[in-house]
Design a protein around this ligand. Structure first.
Ligand SMILES: Nc1nc2c(ncn2[C@@H]2O[C@H](COP(=O)(O)OP(=O)(O)O)[C@@H](O)[C@H]2O)c(=O)[nH]1
Ligand SMILES: [Mg+2]
Length: 371
C-alpha cells in the first residue's frame, strides 16, 4: 500500500494530482481544509489536504460481490477393516434413505395436484417456512373445493393469490417522484451507480424531468468519473460532496431541480463505521427516499446481513439487481415478506438505460410461478 499526502487549492485540483500520480484506483483515506502558503500569516490561502493511497493488489481484483467458498465437509478417515467398511456403508445408506424419506414426506403430505407448487417454490429458493404458509392455504382450498376439476392453471392461480396475500401491505413500486431526492445505498459492486444511471435516463428522457446527480462516492476516483460520464450523456450536472456541508451546499445549488439522484460509496457493508460515516455526509431524515441495492446473486444470508447493517439509515425500499445472473427470484419474496420492505426496481443486465424494470408484486409472482 502506497500512501501519500497532497495539498492543493481545491478538491478537484487534488484529485487531478492524485489521478496523475496514483491512477484511477487510488482511494481517498482522508481529506481536510487547510491554509496554505503565506508569509508571517499574510496572504494565506484556503486549500485542502488529501491523503490518498494505492494498493498495487487492487488492480488484480475484479469488482465483485464477495462470495465465500462453500466449506468442504471434512473427508471421513477411511475405515481400516472390512467390518468398519461395511458399517460405514450401512451408515451412509441409512443417511441417504432418511434424507429421501424426509423429502418424500415433505411432499407426499400434499395431494398430487399441489405438489408442483412446492417443487416450483423450492426451485426458486423461496424459504421453506414461507412455502409452508402458502401450502397450508392451498390445502384448505383443496379440502373445501371441487377437487376433480383441479387443473394446473387453477393451482397456479391459487398459488399466485396466496403469494399476493403474503406480500400485502408491502409497499412495492418504482420511485414516485414524491420527494426531490432519491439516494441509493448498498455494498460495493451491487450496481448502485449503474442503476442510478438507468433511473436517471428514465427520469430525463421519459418523465422529462429536470434532474441532477450528487455523488458522495469519493472513495475511488474512478467512481466520480463513472457518474460524470452518465451526467455528460444525459446533460445532467454532477455535484461531488465530500462532507455533510458539501452535501447541503450542493443540494442548495440544485434546489430548482425536480429530482436529485444521490450516489454513495459501497465499501465494505460489514463495516458499521462506514455506515455511520455515510450518515455523517448524507442526512437520511431529509426530504429523500433511500433505496438499498441488493444483488440477487448474493447468498440469502449475506442479503440479510446487508439489511441489518443498513438498518440504521432506514431504507424505504430495496432495488434487486443482477436478476439476469441468477435463475431464482425467491430471495426477493423472502426479503420483502420477512422485512416488510417493498422493492422499487429489478435490474436485468449491464446495459444502461435498458436493463431495468419497475418492481411489482405481480412481476415477482409471475416470474416465480412461470419457472
Ligand atoms: N449482470 C448484471 N450486471 C450488473 C447489473 N447492474 C450492474 N451490473 C454490473 O455490476 C458492476 C458494478 O456496478 P456498479 O454500478 O459500478 O456498482 P456500485 O459499486 O454499487 O456502484 C458493473 O460491472 C455493472 O455493469 C445487472 O443488472 N446485471
Ligand atoms: Mg458506484
Amino acid at each position: 500500500m502506497k500512501v501519500k499526502k497532497y495539498t492543493a487549492l481545491n478538491m478537484n485540483e487534488a484529485m487531478r494530482q492524485i489521478r496523475g500520480e496514483l491512477g484511477d484506483d487510488a482511494v481517498i483515506l482522508n481529506s481536510r481544509q487547510v491554509e496554505t502558503g503565506g508569509i508571517f500569516g499574510l496572504f494565506r490561502k484556503k486549500g485542502v489536504e488529501v491523503i490518498a493511497a494505492i494498493d498495487p493488489e487492487i488492480k488484480k481484483k475484479p469488482v465483485k460481490i464477495e462470495r465465500k467458498p462453500v466449506p468442504k465437509t471434512k473427508a471421513k478417515p477411511e475405515p481400516e477393516s472390512g467390518m468398519a467398511n461395511e458399517l460405514s456403508e450401512i451408515r451412509q445408506m441409512v443417511e441417504r434413505l432418511s434424507k429421501q424419506q424426509q423429502a418424500d414426506t415433505d411432499n407426499i403430505s400434499y395431494p398430487p395436484e399441489l405438489r408442483s407448487v412446492v417443487k416450483t417454490l423450492d426451485g426458486q429458493e423461496v424459504a421453506p417456512h414461507i412455502t409452508a404458509v402458502i401450502m397450508k392455504q392451498l390445502l384448505k382450498k383443496w379440502y373445501s373445493g371441487e377437487r376433480e376439476e383441479l387443473d394446473p392453471e387453477t393451482v397456479s392461480s391459487w398459488a399466485a393469490d396466496e403469494l399476493t396475500a403474503l406480500l400485502e401491505g408491502v409497499n412495492t413500486g418504482p420511485f414516485s417522484y414524491g420527494k426531490q431526492l432519491l439516494c441509493v445505498v448498498g455494498p460495493t459492486g451491487a450496481g448502485k451507480t449503474t442503476t442510478l444511471a438507468k433511473i436517471a435516463a428514465y427520469t430525463v428522457l421519459e418523465e422529462k424531468k429536470k434532474a441532477a446527480f450528487i455523488t458522495t462516492d469519493t472513495y475511488r476516483i474512478a467512481a466520480v468519473e463513472q457518474l460524470k460520464t452518465y451526467g455528460d450523456i444525459l446533460n445532467m450536472p454532477v455535484e461531488v460532496a465530500y462532507s455533510a456541508e458539501d452535501f447541503k451546499q450542493a443540494k442548495n445549488r440544485l434546489k430548482d431541480y425536480d429530482v436529485i439522484l444521490v450516489d454513495s460509496a459501497g465499501r465494505n457493508f460489514r463495516n458499521a463505521e462506514y455506515i455511520e460515516q455515510l450518515g455523517g455526509i448524507i442526512d437520511f431524515d431529509e426530504e429523500m427516499e433511500t433505496h438499498l441495492v441488493l444483488p440477487l446473486t448474493a447468498k440469502y444470508r449475506d442479503m440479510e446481513k446487508i439489511i441489518t447493517e443498513f438498518k440504521t439509515i432506514n431504507p424505504d425500499k430495496v432495488i434487486f439487481t443482477k436478476s439476469d445472473e441468477t435463475g431464482s427470484l425467491g430471495a426477493a419474496i423472502n426479503i420483502q415478506y420477512e422485512y416488510k420492505i417493498g422493492s422499487s426496481y429489478i435490474t436485468t443486465g449491464q446495459n444502461v438505460p435498458d436493463d431495468i424494470l419497475p418492481a411489482s408484486g405481480e412481476f415477482f409472482i409471475k416470474e416465480i410461478l412461470r419457472s
